[in-house]
Design a protein around this ligand. Structure first.
Ligand code: MG
Length: 159
């Protein structure tokens, strides 16, 4: 077994859709970023890559590469799944938390869990997403952006 940790944060930006866990969430503002800025999936990808000892998403999908402009992070998550598989790792379970003062994301959590599990070929129930506010404190509390953290447990199926 191997464990990995991921964290990410993006600032709010007008004129962009808000995508979290592969789900479009109604919100007057989205998040700034080179890809679709899906902060939850970025944290999950870093947890998966970290557990496998494969660095981070910046190494595999650099934001200087025009190929990744506006790309769905679910597509990148599928590539992370392949990278792990090639090296003999399979995700066992994922846990994660979205840290946002606004909008209220809890109604969309089941759809996020389903989208992430589907992208990774994981059974439902092995992907968990939670959400919290910071009770008005810090950059998320001031509604400047959204952050997310994730942990992933990986199993080695080939040595
Ligand atoms: Mg990011």
């Amino acid at each position: 077994m191997r464990i990995g940790l991921g964290f990410d944060a993006h600032r709010f930006a007008g004129g962009r859709p808000l995508v979290l866990g592969g789900v479009d969430i109604p919100c007057p503002r989205g998040l700034e970023g080179h890809s679709d800025a899906d902060v939850l999936i970025h944290a999950i990808m870093d947890a998966l890559l970290g557990g496998a000892g494969l660095g981070d998403i910046g190494r595999h999908f650099p934001d200087t590469d025009p190929a990744y402009r506006g790309i769905s992070s679910l597509v990148l998550l599928g590539r992370v799944k392949e990278l792990l598989r090639e090296r003999g790792f399979a995700p066992v379970n994922l846990d994660s938390v979205i840290i946002a003062q606004k909008p209220r994301v809890s109604p969309y959590i089941p759809a996020m869990e389903e989208a992430v599990a589907r992208a990774l070929d994981m059974p439902p129930g092995c992907v968990n997403v939670k959400a919290t506010t910071t009770e008005g404190m810090g950059f998320t509390g001031r509604e400047e952006g959204i952050s997310a953290a994730a942990v992933a447990l990986l199993e080695i199926f080939r040595v």
